[in-house]
Design a protein around this ligand. Structure first.
Ligand SMILES: [Zn+2]
Ligand SMILES: [Zn+2]
Length: 455
């Protein structure tokens, strides 16, 4: 799942001693980027340092309205110097906070205006913090030409009219954990803003989402915001919300999208379709663990492609011996998509094969052999071992109790329904190979020996 935390304060002292772990946890769990937000001189500097150290962290520099009275003219020059780093993607967080009034209003207005002018000079968007001052903040933005650079009204807590006005100024709206709170108005505002105008954020270490309310927040919890938005924007899934808001953030901050892996790739004269990276096994020999490459093709998907995208990427399948659903995940995780693509390609007379770990019925919670019968011409199941114990050792399935038996059941269900059913093993000792041959014979399937990672 792609998630872009557009507003974090990882430089804050709450993370002292655990900062690296929190960051590693983020990128191990689907975060594709984090923008670390400056609130004063020291934190702006630390944000740039973090962004220099981590490839997928970017920085903003600026003086928060709380610290507005500390922004001197020398400070403004320093901000400009720092902002010349290519790791700095916005000026912020700046704005007006009339709830706490930690700086006098006059100082807040002055700092806000000066920093908007700085952003225009540098052509950087704005990260704007507003509390109990939406009318005033919108006026300041409009009066100071903020539409030239646009920006985000972060932790949005305004009303419909502020969304209308913000949109006119080229602003988007970001939501954080508070959207998961029971009495929050944010869901209504998010719906009004439209998903194409929304970023997700944590504002960590503050504002942890409902399950962790009051505790220390961290970037991985941005998932709860995406899940809440998926409820609001049903039928969009959390994955789609993640992908859309990732794109929205990158568009605003001018951060290029990482290239997603190949959906379609050719080996010999077969076309392989890579439709998911999700797998219920964790095989020791799988290069999903290292570089996601098969024969030089990058197969790491940044998102799961739709039926239409897969068909488009497959292109004209007429010249291939067969089309294989394979890739780096277990295709039956996306059974509906798989079947939709397969039926379309079937119409063109293409021969179709499924490469699977055989756990599709276990994954889908029902016997899926009847679904694929009549659509697929061939099923190749990775047997990999002659018994459950060995299988669990090699493949480390998510459900070690049931995976191996589920595989054998699936193979039996396929024989008779699908024209060609093959069990495959990687090159293994002769005695083990004989055992596997016996299993294949018992089921009525062919046995094939394949090389590691060669499709
Ligand atoms: Zn803020
Ligand atoms: Zn903040």
């Amino acid at each position: 799942m792609n998630l872009f935390d557009s507003h974090a304060h990882l430089d804050f002292s709450q993370y002292d001693g655990i900062r690296n772990d929190i960051i590693k946890e983020s990128f191990d769990n689907g975060l594709t980027g984090i923008v670390n937000i400056g609130v004063d001189m020291a934190s702006s500097r630390k944000s740039v340092e973090l962004a220099n150290r981590y490839e997928s962290i970017w920085a903003t520099v600026g003086f928060h309205p709380h610290d507005a009275s500390k922004l001197t003219s020398e400070g403004l020059v320093k901000l400009e110097e720092m902002a010349s780093s290519e790791r700095v993607v916005a000026i912020g967080e700046i704005g007006l906070d009339f709830y706490r009034n930690l700086s006098p209003k006059k100082a807040q207005y002055e700092a806000f205006e000066k920093q908007i002018r700085l952003a225009r000079k540098l052509n950087l968007p704005l990260v704007v913090h507003v509390r109990e001052a939406y009318e005033e903040a919108i006026d300041v933005l409009a009066y100071n030409g903020a539409e030239e650079v646009g920006g985000v009204l972060h932790c949005f807590a305004g009303e419909e009219k502020h969304i209308d006005a913000g949109k006119k100024l080229g602003f988007v709206f970001s939501f954080n954990g508070t959207i998961t709170f029971k009495k929050s108005r944010a869901p209504v505002m998010a719906e009004y803003a439209g998903i194409e105008n929304i970023l997700v954020e944590t504002d960590c270490p503050f504002l942890a989402p409902a399950p962790y309310r009051g505790k220390m927040n961290k970037p991985v919890y941005v998932r709860y915001v995406a899940e809440k938005l998926a409820e609001i924007f049903a039928p969009l899934s959390p994955e789609e919300i993640g992908r859309i808001t990732d794109n929205n953030a990158r568009r605003l901050f001018g951060i290029a999208q990482e290239d997603s892996g190949r959906i379609a790739y050719v080996i010999r004269n077969s076309l392989y379709l890579n439709i998911t990276n999700e797998c219920s096994n964790n095989c020791f020999f799988c290069s999903r663990k290292t570089d996601y490459k098969i024969r030089g093709y990058n197969l790491r998907l940044n998102y799961e492609p739709t039926t239409e995208e897969i068909i488009k990427e497959a292109g004209d399948t007429g010249g291939y011996d067969e089309v294989v659903f394979c890739g780096y995940g277990e295709p039956t995780y996306r059974l509906d998509t798989l079947l939709e693509v397969a039926r379309e390609l079937k119409k063109r007379g293409t021969r179709l094969r499924l490469n699977t770990n055989g756990q599709g019925s276990l994954i889908n919670g029902r016997n899926i052999a009847p679904d694929i019968a009549g659509v697929l011409d061939s099923v190749s199941i990775s047997l990999n071992a002659s018994n459950k114990e060995r299988y669990n050792k090699i493949c480390k399935p998510a459900d070690p109790e049931r995976a191996f038996d589920a595989l054998l059941d699936f193979a039996r269900e396929c024989v008779g329904r699908i024209p060609e059913v093959t069990l495959s093993v990687v090159d293994i000792p002769k005695a083990e190979l004989d055992e596997c041959q016996r299993i294949a014979d018992g089921i009525g399937a062919k046995l094939r020996i394949r090389e590691y990672n060669k499709g």
